[in-house]
Design a protein around this ligand. Structure first.
Ligand code: IPD
Ligand code: CA
Ligand code: CA
Ligand code: CA
Length: 280
């Protein structure tokens, strides 16, 4: 039957519906008063809406797919294990761009990724404030609403537009790495570097051909899971900052339209161990 031939189709349709529902909750909460607390540092923010939306998504998925596993940013922060096994696993960022959400800066997203046998099968990223739905499914292409996505063919740092994000770590070594890497890329005459405050939407812009590359230290599997499928299905590459294959749990990434550009960036970046999502 259809289910056997296309086992994850129903999962993906559910993800789209849930991202939409969650996104409507986020959009409504954007202009209301927010209860804000902090996590690992004074700039690492979380709101009651982050928790509400993660609970909404995970409880709906658990009802429908009781044997599946779940990794969610706020569940992980609350002590739930962040381990990717061979089981079908949902990887969820309930609000990507919480700091933007707090300030009402538009790039705010819901991100839902899905992996089986540790391989990413599909990703759904909903831009809550402009209503764009980004989707990608292994072997089936990447889309923004109904429109097919394609990365750029830029091969060099020179003349490229590059995206990165800052993350909540602000110790001197992290800041030095961040600024040092930016300086290097700018010296190579990149046209520009942009920081929009949502790693998932930055990655979607790259998948859409609106930027040539993305790199970051300190992003998590829930920032990367859905976006990685979307970028690969748009023709792009997602690798480790060393230039080797991506490790979803390593908190380091370079994504680009071409392998050549990704490798040129890898050569320039100072590579450090940034800790792992699955530690302990
Ligand atoms: C963060 C955002 C930010 C990036 C951080 C992420 P959150 O996600 O994507 O742009 O710099 O590394 O953790 O906490 O808003 O979901
Ligand atoms: Ca967060
Ligand atoms: Ca995030
Ligand atoms: Ca988040």
């Amino acid at each position: 039957g259809e289910a056997a031939e296309d086992p994850w189709k129903e999962c993906m349709e559910t993800a789209v519906q849930l991202a939409l529902r969650a996104g409507q909750v986020v959009k409504k909460a954007l202009t209301e008063e927010k209860r804000i607390s902090t996590k690992t540092s004074v700039v690492d923010l979380v709101t009651e809406t982050d928790h509400l939306v993660e609970d909404l998504i995970i409880s709906a998925l658990k009802d429908k797919f009781p044997s599946h596993r779940f990794i969610g940013e706020e569940s992980t922060a609350a002590g739930s294990k962040c381990i990717l096994t061979d089981s079908p696993t949902w990887i969820i960022d309930p609000i990507d761009g919480t700091c933007n959400f707090v300030h009402r800066f538009p790039p705010v997203a819901v991100s839902i990724g899905f992996a089986v046998n540790r391989e990413l099968e599909f990703g759904v990223i909903y831009h809550c404030t402009n209503g764009k739905m980004y989707t990608g499914r292994k072997g089936h292409g990447a889309f923004c609403n109904q429109e097919r996505l394609h990365v750029t063919q830029e091969t060099g740092i020179r003349n490229s537009l590059i995206l990165t994000e800052i993350g909540p770590k602000r110790d001197p070594a992290t800041l030095k790495l961040f600024l040092g890497n930016m300086e290097k890329l700018l010296k190579f005459q990149a046209h520009g570097i942009r920081v929009i405050g949502s790693s998932t939407l930055a990655l979607c812009h790259m998948a859409s051909g609106a930027a040539d590359a993305y790199y970051q230290y300190g992003l998590h599997c829930w920032d990367l899971a859905a976006a990685t499928v979307i970028i690969r299905e748009a023709g792009g590459v997602v690798i480790d900052t060393t230039g080797g294959p991506l490790d979803l749990m390593s908190c380091r990434v370079i994504a680009a339209g071409t392998m050549e550009l990704a490798q040129s960036i890898a050569q320039e970046l100072q590579t450090i161990d940034y800790g792992r999502d699955d530690e302990n």
